[in-house]
Design a protein. Sequence first.
Lengths: 219, 233, 214
Amino acid sequence: MRTISIALAVARKDLTSEWRTRELVPALAQFVVLALVIANFGFQIDSHNAVAIAPGVLWMALVFAGLVAFGRAFAAEREQASLEAMLLTAAPPAAIFAGKALAAALLLAICEAVLLPALALFFGVRLSFDVVSAVLLATVGMAVLGCLFAAMVARVRARELLLPVLTLPLWIPFVVVGGQAVQAAMGGSVTGQATGLLLDLDILFVVLTSLAARFVLDD
Amino acid sequence: MTNTRLGQASAAAVSLMLVAAGFIFLYAPTDALQGPVQRIFYLHVSSAIAAYGCFAVVLLGGVVYLWKENIAADRLARAAALVGVAFTSVTLVMGMIWAKPIWGTFWTWDARLTSTLVLWIIYAGYLMVRRLAEPGRQAARFAAVVGIFGFIDVPVVHFSVTWWRTQHPGPVVINDTLPAEMLVAFLITMACTLFLAGVMIAIRYRIEVLMDQAAEKTVPAPIVAPSEARGAR
Amino acid sequence: MSTLVGTALTQRFGSELALDAVDVAIDGGEHLAVLGENGAGKTTLLRILATAARPTSGSLEIFGLDAMVERRRLRARIGFVAHAPGLYPALSAAENLGFFCTLQGVARSRVAEVLDLIGLADAGRRPAAKLSRGAQQRLAIGRAVLHDPRLLVLDEPDASLDSDGADLLARVMRGRTAIIATHDHALANRLCQRTLLLRRGRVVGVPTRLRVVH
């Protein structure tokens, strides 16, 4: 009970700060739209190949936006030296971690609310319930893993370098399975198996990261 | 282990690898389809298995360290990670050399190749965390977490792509499709390679012990001001 | 019985020895000033005593508990003011305190009490970023006593406080065991019964007992 109320308080604190400063979300939204523009030039997109390339572009944009969002979640705390103040309280580290991950996942979901319609508009893909659910399910797992390693690199040297090196390989399962789900959904076939697997991965990594949070956040 | 014992073990490992080479080049028959290049198989698969073994040691060392705060477990994990990355590199390079004449390309984005490359990247990241985190408790804890997640990720990567067709052949040893002489040569090479990996981990473990000791023997800060110290000398 | 006993506390950062076998003991209700130049190891020592850092070696017992093991239990009973205020700039002073009420598990009614105590009752709704450096420091001090800790660890809290800052420090230290790092010998003299002088990570001389002014 106390764990949940602490996690919610941490998430609310992060979202309130973001709402008042509007530091991260506008920049991220602009970033994902730019990613689509760059992909257009990089892949020489026309009406024939757009649907085939769209899932790849979606995941590329999402992965890199995620790296920025999760890195920022802990970098701001570190700059303000407030992470230590939070950890030097009676609050369990796993609850603090859960709150940070929840807020970061919601911020990334807001970016997805820009990315997915933009993808539909520019690449002419159909946005079905299956596409949206696959992306949201992947966001959960990516958020917990991303936040775990963001918390870690916030406390080491050369953190800008280390976050992608540690996080990207562990996100590959979500990109692989999520990519299959989106490709299938855009092609109009069934995605049940991939969605189920994404859910399994989410459960696995939510449990593991909450167990590991103590070792990463506490000294 | 003492340095003498390590020296003897290294000599034994080198001799055993020469024995394995004898079996690979003199005893095993030449493959009817692929010709001599197929002989890469023995060391390629053996070093892949040795790498998996090393990473399993990293996982166990990490779990034990987080659980018991046992520094020996952490040192063992450190040693095994480095050796594991070395064996993964050997696997990848030998695989590429083999792939060029047979598949006509050094690399293909096949599930097995990709997951092995990911494995290499994960443990290279492990070694980076060790260097960049504050030495001691923090480096050990962070690395243990990376080692645990890295190992879990391997089967996840591996199985999530088994729906895809792969160019890389499946297991030939377990499926009993390997001729008897090839099987003997393979099993001997594998045993020798695993012994070599064990010796390499032992040597690296010794180096880690010495490095830890060197870090502890730092000179205390002088109580006198630097100018006074210069005058005294 | 001593509230806090640290024995042979040693801290290494790579090859640099920041703290060299420092012994420290404080009785209940006692106020100890840690003096020394910049880089003498004051911050390092205070961070260890506040359980914010772990010493390379040495032992520390606070309230009869092993501080290397019972960290979370102890943190509920220690208040720490670090070098940086560590506030959330976009949140108001009251929201900053309210958030830490949830983390510490104390009632929200403490927010108004503490704002009153630190003299920011009128500034409760202003964002922390808009507060003066001194007011931010007051807020950090307020956050450290939110959960009514029995031990207070203050790392140069006077650095950015205004002229009546000493009164505030005296107010929050009253009735608590306190350790305060400072450059200001007059302040140490006024607030503390004892001093500990650090030089290059070592205790210099015997801990002095100051004249009792109270």
